[in-house]
Design a protein around this ligand. Structure first.
Ligand code: 13P
Ligand code: SF4
Length: 320
């Protein structure tokens, strides 16, 4: 149903209404750091992809409102087939998931018989169902390291994360050639200029960034790892190469602890806001309110797909 068909009373205080609806519905709001600040501020739990999957696996709520993108809400549904899972905007996709259709993935797999298939959580339920195990940026190295060295590994869909893990572990992997439209937007040329102007700043980067950006990073990690590193580090200034939404939580944490941090977003090549994920930013506080009010739009998946796609996620959770 379109938003026009679901009008919102303009006098409503959405933050209060969301709090009321959460209680009334016994709902939990899980949010990723790339969401707008106002969404992060109403969330019950904020985290990186692994922490959000773990929170979804543990929740006792009847309704999960997932403020993130489709594959994240889908993962929550796979882990909670009997719960209602809503996503404020069902069209919030992901370039990595979209760039790895299940039929092409299956054909790729068929060309590598006997290989162990590891998929980044940023993929569809259909691709998950065809995978041996799922990983996120925070546990990929640990899980890849469990695979016997003589076994070929297929890693999909993010070539940048795959290349970084392969290099870190000195473990060759056959990589699907996908990438994130946000993390490939950072310009090495502009980054170098920024480093020159801020000689005391440390570059911290998400492993979805391209190699030429990662090579300038003092620290590489998942969104939660970047947040923890920036806050715990004695350094004061950071150039942050990931989606800009994480800066809100870094600023909040720093303020809470009374530590001073200068947080500089890494520059995209074009003069644009392309370090904002257009998919993550499809959600809004209004849509989140509507999703709790109407319990729509819901994630629904066929039962047989949920069965097959759940197993590799549970394998990941057990190994994490
Ligand atoms: P993490 O939060 O797991 O680091 O993932 C980043 C991301 O791109 C989510 O889409
Ligand atoms: Fe997908 Fe990139 Fe957006 Fe994350 S930031 S949801 S990987 S497009």
């Amino acid at each position: 149903m379109s938003d026009l068909a679901r009008p919102i009373d303009p006098k409503l205080d959405l933050v209060e209404e969301i709090a009321r609806l959460k209680k009334e519905r016994n709902a939990v709001v899980l949010a990723h750091y790339y969401q707008d600040a106002d969404i992060q501020d109403v969330a019950d739990f904020l985290g990186d992809s692994l922490q959000l999957a773990q929170a979804a696996a543990k929740t006792t709520a009847d309704v999960i409102c997932f403020a993130g993108v489709h594959f994240m809400a889908e993962t929550a549904k796979l882990l909670n087939p009997d719960k209602i899972v809503v996503l404020p905007d069902l069209d919030a996709g992901c370039s990595l998931a979209d760039g790895c259709p299940a039929d092409r993935f299956a054909a790729w797999k068929a060309k590598h018989p006997g290989a162990y298939t590891i998929s980044y959580i940023n993929c569809s339920a259909e691709v998950k169902a065809l995978s041996d195990v799922i990983v996120t940026s925070s546990n990929a190295a640990k899980i890849v390291a469990t695979v016997p060295r003589d076994r070929e590994i297929l890693f999909a869909p993010d070539k940048n994360l795959g290349r970084w893990i392969a290099k870190t572990l000195d473990r060759p992997m056959t990589l699907w050639q996908g990438s994130c439209i946000v993390h490939e937007t950072f310009s090495e040329r502009k980054l170098v200029g920024l480093i020159e102007r801020h000689p005391d700043a440390e570059v911290i980067a998400h492993p979805e960034c391209e190699e030429q950006v990662l090579r300038h990073a003092a620290f590489i990690g998942s969104t939660t790892a970047l947040l923890k590193y920036a806050i715990a580090s004695p350094k004061k200034s950071f150039i942050v190469a990931t989606e800009a939404g994480i800066l809100h939580q870094m600023e909040k944490e720093a303020k809470k602890l009374g530590v001073e941090k200068e947080l500089i977003p890494a520059p995209p090549e074009a003069n644009c806001a392309c370090n904002d994920c257009p998919f993550m930013k499809m959600n809004s506080l209004e849509k989140l309110y509507l999703s709790l009010r109407d319990l729509q739009p819901r994630l629904e998946l066929p039962a047989h797909l949920m069965e097959t796609a759940r197993a590799p996620i549970e394998r990941m959770l057990a190994l994490s």
